[in-house]
Design a protein around this ligand. Sequence first.
Ligand code: ZN
Length: 541
Amino acid sequence: MAESIRTDSIALINSVIYPMAYPGRSQAIFARGGVIEALGTDKEILAKCDTKTVVLDMKGRYIMPGFTDTHNHLLAAGRSLETLDLSDARSIDEMIGKGRHFLAENDISADGWFFARGWDQNRMAEKRFPNRFDLDLISSDIPLFFERSCGHIAALNTKALEILKIGAGFRISGGIINSDEKGEPNGVVSEAAVNWVRMNIPEHSAETLRHWYDLATEKMIRCGITSVQTDDLEMVGRTQGVFDLYESMEEEEKMPLRIAQQWHLRDEGELAAFIENGNNRRGGRYFRSGPLKIHVDGTLGARTAALREEYSDDPGNRGVYAHSQGELNRLVQRAQEAGMQVAFYAIGDGAIERCLNAVETANGATGSRIAHRIVHCQVGGADLYSRMAALGVMADIQPAFVTSDWPIVISRLDTERARWSYAWKSLINSGIPVGAGSDAPTEPLNPFVGIRAAILRQDINNEPEHGWMPSQCLDRVEAFSMYTSGGANICGELSWRGTLEPGKAADMVAFMEDPFIVTENELLNIETGLTVVDGKIRYIK
Ligand SMILES: [Zn+2]
């Protein structure tokens, strides 16, 4: 990682600045001690500089507030940058070939496991999940863990099942261990069982975690991301392990951007202990303890997202809830009493309804209000959106999902419900604060992938023709806001960062091309010229 260039004060001149705040465009910006002091003309800003100020002539480049990625899995995203990508496998045979080739070319030293992700049976000729017998053809000595693109279903080979002691009759609450005709596990696991596997893979060494951390943070800084909220507990296994990693990185000054951890704690007992130890209040200048993350349901792909009415293509099935309403109420109330924001993982309209019930109950019981947020927030409804707005519940969306999911949404849901799905424009028009994230490694870390998706609602081949549900397409200002001011807002930090205004954090990015002028497809190729966090240069082209 490039050493940061230390500066007390910094001035960027001869640029086009989009501050994402009133009064709009300016030419130059000045910051001292990590805080913006002024925006203005080159002449005005140069007048503030002294001999110690680092002055950069930006040669007409385009400056914006640094991006916020509101939700990803930082360590898994780092790992994915060097694991096998199966998203273009068109058959199980091709997947096996890619796996063998990867093993021949790479030294599998990451704690001895071979990780791959991105397969999707809908894109493969056989139209079925790969199982352990398929994966055994890649290796029978090395344990294999191949995740589906959604991260909610995975395939393991026989060696991995042996190491994890998953045999006939093995059960995980909330999870599914698929078996063959003989009742033996066939290597396919889903929902809570995938998390269980992740947590029970023998612990990754601190060195491996640091390596994945370096890969991810370096990539984010290059993409202009200056702030992120990440959920790493599954990967690390223990809350203390997460603190050890991130707090040591900050202490050693190896944290090039602001990072908050989203805590996916398992139950009320774990939450109570976490709060008791003051873990929710820990934080430094760069790393801090973030919201409680509660998984409320599953996914549309696996038909486990919790719906109010049955799935159109699976009569009788309304999906799966991870918690009863009572459990959910208690978790939210406990978090709210401790002043902790809740980031609900909720995809179906049934799940979102349950979240809103829990927030209402917690507000009544505590006499207080916290702006909580719903991560993903995919299948909605007019009634749900007006309740969200009234309760101040915010939306934390992953716009790139629409480009991957639209073909299945139409079969899972009828037209009326599909109309209220991935309905980003309706969320904004309902007065709900919206921020956006990548959910990497599910989708790429690059925020422009999500920005383009929010504007076009088309996949990489520009399908469907006018965008899926085109009335929900966002304009460019709305799309960029979700990754700047909107992102800071749903993280509860808009008062001190997220726009370029005097008094706010000097977290900014300069692009080589004008992001408000290039075509939507060209957004994907925009190059970052400079990333500044806390007034310090973290990346320079
Ligand atoms: Zn996620």
